[in-house]
Design a protein around this ligand. Structure first.
Ligand code: CMC
Length: 372
């Protein structure tokens, strides 16, 4: 059936089923495979959450040990990936580096075209294991620092921070990082996941779908918002300037980054958990002024527009406090969302239909060239 009811941005349109996650704006909840994300963030490692998203169940202790061992064995960058990162100019956005590195990993995989579930699980694990090294090394080379090889005695989060900074930070910092990864892992048919599903629906390969998803995530209306939040914090300076800044920005009809959501209108279910992690970091690094700016802008935006923060609002300053460059924030989102994207790619293949919507033409009526 053809419908001419056009919904810009597919707003409110249900496109397909998914068993991976459930976003419920009415109850302000988000479930991964049935589990509330807050419970997963409180009790599970990021590795367990990745396993859950891919397999539908949390791992048994034996499955967890085997999964962790296989992830740890795949962490190191190949010389080719390191070389392609080195070749990419540092004027490029770090998201372009991640996109290029993933593209090379795909082009180098002799099994790239094999779309069995088993092969796609292996590819997903490879990307999951290698993205931290890509993100950490790109930041290091921009700072004129050497590559740090992964350590297989560390869990995912500790190793990620070790490769980025050369030391494992305090447990509170590692934990805040782990929480951010769990919260960013999956969010149903968001723009980048949908992009991955569209690409997969043509029976293209998993790496192509992930490369496209990275492109979609880069935009400031989606993943790029976490770094944009830090830019506005820098622009504002301190809490005393927040209300005046907001007034000016709204007059200019600017979108305030880190606020608003297509699905949640009464608040993003992930924000309270990430805000608690941010509070821990603010205390750990003793940065009350940052909290004050955060709170003042949030209050002003809520009072002025009734628009609430999304996950990018607390995660941007959290990554800043951990010591990441602002431009590396969205690549951190990639490292987390690779789990959700690949789960969706595999789900799409299980009951695939080419995604090919229609358009309503509103160009010139039929016309003809003058006779030659
Ligand atoms: N700042 C100012 N006004 C806003 C904002 C905002 N952040 N968000 C929504 N509005 C206004 C918007 O201008 C519109 O007003 P009006 O009806 O007067 O034109 C009204 O609220 C409805 O907004 P919309 O743009 O139709 O809503 P949408 O569902 O298309 O947009 C959004 C959702 C996320 C694109 C938007 O809220 C936005 O641009 N936010 C800032 C960017 C951002 O933080 N993105 C991260 C999204 S969540 C996590 C992620 O994916 O990374």
């Amino acid at each position: 059936t053809v419908t001419s009811d056009i919904r810009k941005g597919l707003n409110g349109v249900v496109v397909d089923y998914t068993a991976i996650s459930k976003v419920n704006p009415e109850t302000n909840s988000l479930l991964y495979r049935g589990y509330p994300v807050q419970e997963l963030a409180a009790q599970c490692s990021f590795e367990e959450v990745a396993y859950l998203l891919w397999h539908g169940e949390l791992p048994t202790p034996a499955e967890r040990a085997a999964f962790e061992a296989s992830e740890r064995a795949l962490r190191a960058l190949s010389p080719a990936v390191q070389a392609v990162i080195d070749l990419t100019p540092t004027t490029a956005h770090p998201m372009d580096v991640v996109r290029t590195a993933v593209s090379l990993i795909g082009a180098s995989d002799p099994d790239a075209e094999n779309d069995t579930r088993e092969a796609n699980l292996a590819k997903s694990l490879r990307l999951f294991a290698q993205l931290p090294a890509i993100v950490a090394y790109d930041q290091r080379r921009r700072r004129g620092q050497e590559l740090i090889a992964p350590r297989d005695d560390l869990d995912y989060s500790s190793n990620f921070l070790f490769m980025a900074f050369g030391e494992v930070p305090a447990p509170a910092v590692v934990d805040a990082f782990r929480v951010s990864m769990v919260l960013y892992a999956e969010h149903s048919f968001n723009a980048s996941t949908f992009t991955a599903r569209v690409i997969t629906s043509t029976l293209s390969d998993l790496y192509s779908a992930v490369t496209g998803a990275i492109g979609a995530l880069k935009g400031p209306l989606h993943g790029g918002a976490n770094e944009a939040v830090m830019h506005i914090f820098n622009e504002i300076g301190d809490a005393a300037a927040a209300e005046g800044w907001l007034e000016g920005a709204l007059t200019e009809k600017r979108k305030i980054m880190g606020f608003g959501h297509r699905v949640y209108k009464d608040g993003d279910s992930r924000v309270p958990t990430m805000k608690t992690a941010l509070d821990t970091l603010i205390e750990h690094y003793d940065r009350p002024a940052l909290l004050s700016l955060y709170t003042t802008l949030e209050l002003a935006m809520t009072e002025r527009k009734g628009i609430l923060p999304n996950l990018d609002y607390p995660s941007g300053p959290a990554y800043h406090l951990m010591g990441f460059d602002t431009a590396a924030f969205t690549p951190l989102f990639v490292a987390a969302r690779i789990t959700g994207w690949t789960a969706h790619i595999m789900e799409q293949l299980e009951s695939n239909a080419l995604i090919r919507p229609l358009s309503a033409y509103n160009g010139p009526d039929e016309r003809h060239l003058a006779a030659a």
